[in-house]
Design a protein around this ligand. Structure first.
Ligand code: C2E
Ligand code: MG
Ligand code: MG
Length: 550
């Protein structure tokens, strides 16, 4: 190694295995000031790849390999390890010392756009701090924020402007937080700050400190950011902060909780910061458990069906049953089917799930028939997304055939969702399912996305509209809801559709619905959903007196 190389490379000086100092290149590159290093042993910073090196102390190994490059891992100030090539030489100034030179082989901790450390660097440092013994561990907070609608900046002004914005923002953050805290860029326009308190201030003071930092981040958006060429960019930020009183077991848990809070903050149009709460975190963990266990629950048939009776309001006679899924999870107990059915959609398992429920219901209907009961039509909830699937009609046909369940005893209840990808597929499939003899109902009608245009296109294949419970809830108190329901019932009459009111809880609701012309109803006023064994008692009395639309 020549003198010039020695000047340009980061180096430290070691005496008897203890660090004596470092050059400025080392300080700049790895974040340690010379005075910070005193008292450190070389082994605190450096380990070697070679298996043989394990039997020696770090300094002994180097002394045996004077001037011979060795490969190792160097911990930088933030505790992420960088692969380095190391060369040790006897000091030319003091014979009792050694100079150790470093060449970084790969640095995956740096974000190339802003020059800031990245998310990996953040996770290394945070995980290190979280595993320190309680006396040494600082109070920690993670702040993660994103620039709202950043992609529109790239799209409208070009990637150069986008990159310049990120770089400028990175500099402003470093200026705001100084050297004390790790400031990182994760990806796109997402940044993070690790706030550390090594002084062990009171919890209140720490909360004030973190709150002030978050406010300062939001305040950055009060004025447009000035870039070169007189470009001004005005953006808002969504800021999430970890829960300060939580005991996070790992940085991963901390990051997930913080990101969830950030997504909450993103629901507001102005810059806002939100602290993570255990409620938010638990929901997320619950979601993860459900995602992990859902495929098994289907395979092992742990999801079963309860059935809720549906009645003719005039005669009070049973006219149908709705199958509602029940899952008793070993850790979470009873999970709402609304929650796990929507997760099934998110992870693309809705198709298999809906077919699984249909199969269970068809088998149950066949069993009841074989046991000699008269069985009313049973409705099954099916997601719109499943209906769109190319294989849907084929799979439904197979289930009906193999179970030998009469198709006209099955009704499919669909709830319209935001994302219909292929409306023509959907309409064709509904028609083909109808042609099998299966009935079609539109669930939760009157709220959400239930679209009149779809009803218009499908009216000659739909059999029933189910009025959503939220409309029934206020029925007795809100004139507007009565008018709303009256008009839906009229629409049903014009199109020749049955109308069933869901969620009837009181006698008054039931009689008012009847006055408004609603023929059918379902709700706790009549019966809650019940397991098949209990449904048998209703079937014993059931005769097909109610004339259903054929
Ligand atoms: P939904 O299809 O609209 O079902 C009606 C929900 O209202 C059921 O909740 C039912 O138990 C509840 N309910 C009925 N009457 C009353 C009442 O008088 N008062 C109150 N407070 N609630 C009443 P559940 O069983 O928790 O199901 C919730 C949602 O989960 C269902 O809404 C449906 O969208 C979905 N779901 C349930 N089972 C399945 C399934 O097997 N497949 C799919 N894709 N979705 C399902
Ligand atoms: Mg339903
Ligand atoms: Mg409903």
């Amino acid at each position: 190694m020549n003198n010039v190389e020695q000047m340009l490379l980061p180096s430290i000086t070691v005496k008897n295995g203890v660090l004596k100092g470092c050059n400025t290149v080392f300080s700049e590159r790895f974040g340690y000031q010379a005075q910070m290093l005193s008292g450190y042993q070389l082994k605190d910073l450096l380990t070697f790849d070679s298996v043989n090196a394990q039997s020696y102390s770090t300094i002994e190994w180097l002394m045996q390999h004077i001037n011979e490059p060795q490969h190792g891992l160097l911990k930088n100030r933030h505790y992420y390890e960088l692969p380095v090539e190391v060369v040790c030489q006897r000091s030319t100034v003091d014979e009792s010392c050694y100079d150790v030179f470093f060449r970084v082989l790969e640095d995956k901790s740096i974000d190339s756009v802003t020059g800031l450390p990245n998310g990996w660097a953040m996770s290394c440092r945070a995980n290190h701090l979280l595993t320190l013994p309680p006396k040494k561990a600082p109070q920690l907070a993670v702040i993660i924020f994103r620039v709202d609608n950043f992609s529109t900046l790239n799209f409208r002004q070009g990637y150069n402007v986008g990159d310049e914005y990120l770089e400028t923002l990175g500099k402003k953050l470093v200026a705001l937080f100084g050297d004390d805290y790790l400031v990182v860029r994760f990806s796109n326009a997402k940044f993070g700050i690790l706030v550390e308190d090594h002084q062990h201030v009171s919890k209140v003071d720490f909360e004030t400190l973190v709150t002030n930092k978050c406010q300062a981040i939001c305040d950055m958006t009060k004025h447009p950011m000035q870039l070169s060429d007189n470009v001004n960019v005005h953006k808002s930020f969504s800021v999430g902060v970890s829960e300060l009183t939580a005991k996070y077991s790992s940085y991963f848990a901390m990051e997930i909780a913080t990101e969830t809070a950030m997504h909450q903050a993103a629901k507001f149009s102005n810059s806002k910061f939100i602290f993570a709460t255990s409620e938010l975190t638990n929901k997320l963990l619950m979601r993860k458990l459900i995602i992990d266990d859902f495929p098994q629950a289907i395979a092992k048939q742990q999801i079963t069906q309860h059935y809720q009776p549906q009645y003719c309001l005039a005669s009070k006679k049973l006219m149908g049953l709705e199958a509602l899924s029940r899952w008793h999870h070993k850790e979470l107990s009873h999970i709402s089917p609304a929650f796990f059915a929507s997760i099934a959609e998110d992870i693309g398992l809705n198709f298999e799930f809906d077919l699984y429920v249909l199969r269970q219901v068809c088998q149950q209907v066949k069993t009841w028939l074989d046991d000699g009961f008269n069985v009313p039509r049973v409705s099954v909830n099916v997601s719109f997304k499943s209906l769109e699937m190319p294989e849907f009609v084929k799979r439904v046909t197979q289930i009906i055939d193999t179970s030998a369940c009469p198709a006209n005893l099955i009704e499919i209840e669909v709830t319209e969702t935001t994302s219909i990808n292929n409306i023509n597929n959907l309409i064709n499939h509904v028609r083909q399912v109808k042609a099998l003899g299966i009935h079609i109902a539109i669930d939760d009608f009157g709220v959400g996305y239930s679209s009149l245009s779809l009803i218009r296109r499908l009216h000659n294949v739909i059999d029933k509209l189910k009025l959503d419970k939220s409309l029934i809830d206020n029925l007795c108190h809100a004139q507007i809801d009565q008018e709303f329901i009256r008009h839906i019932i009229e629409l049903g009459n014009v199109l020749g559709l049955d109308v069933l009111a869901e969620g009837i809880e009181h006698h008054d609701q039931q009689s008012l619905l009847q006055q408004l012309g609603c023929k059918f109803g379902q709700g706790y006023f009549f019966e809650k959903p019940q397991p098949p064994a209990q449904i048998v008692s209703y079937l014993e009395n059931y005769q097909q007196q109610v004339v259903l639309k054929q």
